[in-house]
Structure formats: C-alpha cells, structure tokens
Design a protein around this ligand. Sequence first.
Ligand code: ATP
Ligand code: MG
Length: 267
Amino acid sequence: MNIGIDAGGTLIKAAYRHEDSLELVTFPIAELVHVASWLNEMQNADICITGGKASLLQRHLKQEAREIVEFQASCRGAQYLLEQNHIAEESYILTNVGTGTSIHYVDRGVQRRVGGTGIGGGTMVGLSRLLTGLSEYGAIVEAAAGGLRDRIDLTVGHIYEGGEPPIPGHLTASNFGSVARSAAERRYREPELAASVIGMVGETVATVSVLAAQSCGVSTIVFIGSSFIGNDPLKRAVESYTELRGGKPVFLDKGEYSGALGALLSD
Ligand code: ATP
Ligand code: MG
C-alpha cells in the first residue's frame, strides 16, 4: 500500500488508497508515536513523508520511508485537488495557513517560495488562549463565529470620524487598536476577543498573499491548511480582504491534505 504522510508542527495528515477510495485522516502531533506504530504494522507499505516533523517520525519507523520536501509536496497535492475540482489555474499563489503561513508562487507546476509570516493557525490558537482561556481549536472558532469586532478593532472610519476617508471606512486601521482608546476597566467577552484574533490573522494572511500575487503578476490565490477547517470567521476575513485588494481567492476543499496527497503522489 502507498501512503503519504505530512507531519506538521501541529497536526499529522495521512492520505492513502483503500479499496478504490481515497482515505484522508488527521492526528494531533502528540500522537506521533501512535502514528509510527500504525505505520509499522502495515505490510509492504510504501511510505512517503513530508513536513517539519518528518525526520522525527522517521526515527520511530522500523522501515526506511521516503522523504520529500514539504513545499514540493503541498504544491503537488494542491494541484491535484485543483484538477479534481475542475479548477483550471496555471499560475497562482498558494498560501498554506498551517501553524505558520507559507506563501508560494506556482507557475505551470513549478513552485517557488516567495514568503511567509509567523501569523498563522498557531497564532489563532495561542493568542486566543492567552486572551480568553479557551484552548481548544473548535471552541475558539465557535466563540469567534458569534463575536463582533467593533469594540476591539479600530477601523479607518473610526479614525476619520465622519470625514471622508481615502480608503474604505470599514477596513481595519488597527487590529486591537480600539482597546488602547477605551477605559482601562473595560472587560471583553470571549466571542469578540476570538473574533478579533481570527480577523487579524485572516487580514494579515490575505494582505501578504495579495502583495505576493501582485509581485508575481497573478491574481488567483489558493488557500490551504488546517486553519480553515470549519472556520468560517477565518474564511470570511481572508475572502473579503483578498477580494477588496484585487485578488481572487480559492478555498480548496480538503486543502489541508495537500502535503499528504503530494507525498502519496510522489514517485
Ligand atoms: P506547519 O505546516 O506550519 O508545520 P501543520 O502542518 O501542523 O503546521 P496545519 O495542520 O495545516 O499545520 O494547521 C494547523 C492549524 O490548524 C492549527 O494551528 C489550528 O489553528 C488549526 N486546527 C484545525 N483543526 C485542529 C485541531 N483539531 N487541533 C488543533 N488545531 C487545529
Ligand atoms: Mg503543514
């Protein structure tokens, strides 16, 4: 059996074929040893691994697994998913919002890493935990879905206060900027805090992606990574900021498995 594994900073993703169907599974990185035992039990497995924790996983395997470079794997897997979804794009920016965010320019199957930012899925969870005490990904996203950002984030309109702003007034002028202008004793609720954290992550990721797209002369930006799983607040922030700045966002269904699929498809 062929199996592709993407062992990232937070989650391990696996892709393999079983009786003609494609199986996609995720494990927390804390279960790395368990994943290794699962792989060790497989008979005649052709394992290909990628991701930042690939070498660590390799050390727990009884048989030698092939390793491929993470960026190559995610681009290959994303291209496969684009084709499966009948999305015809030759040249685009691929933004992988994982624990951190990595940005690539893909041109007819060839990828080049053009940048990244430490603002990513790890920031969403880490900063939300510091601010709200919530530590579970699902709980943070659920809280954010019911939160309004207007007491925390300062918009361009807030600064111009009735004047004519040079850019749309609803744009964020300063993430968390309203907090500095409010009374010290003001208390904030979990939903608004989580919504503002996710909004900041989404706006940052979209802004750097659009700048990368402009410098590469393309407009399509394909977003992948587990940070989008069930995460409408992040999708909405990324989508609106990308469109507003002239980019065309594409959210790939199962995009979080791009690396694992790329590993599975590599020969
Ligand atoms: P990297 O590629 O940066 O090394 P990674 O491959 O582990 O990391 P992803 O799996 O793409 O990254 O995304 C990780 C992010 O996905 C987390 O930071 C979190 O925001 C989000 N996430 C989604 N589902 C979960 C979950 N069940 N548990 C923890 N985080 C989750
Ligand atoms: Mg990853």
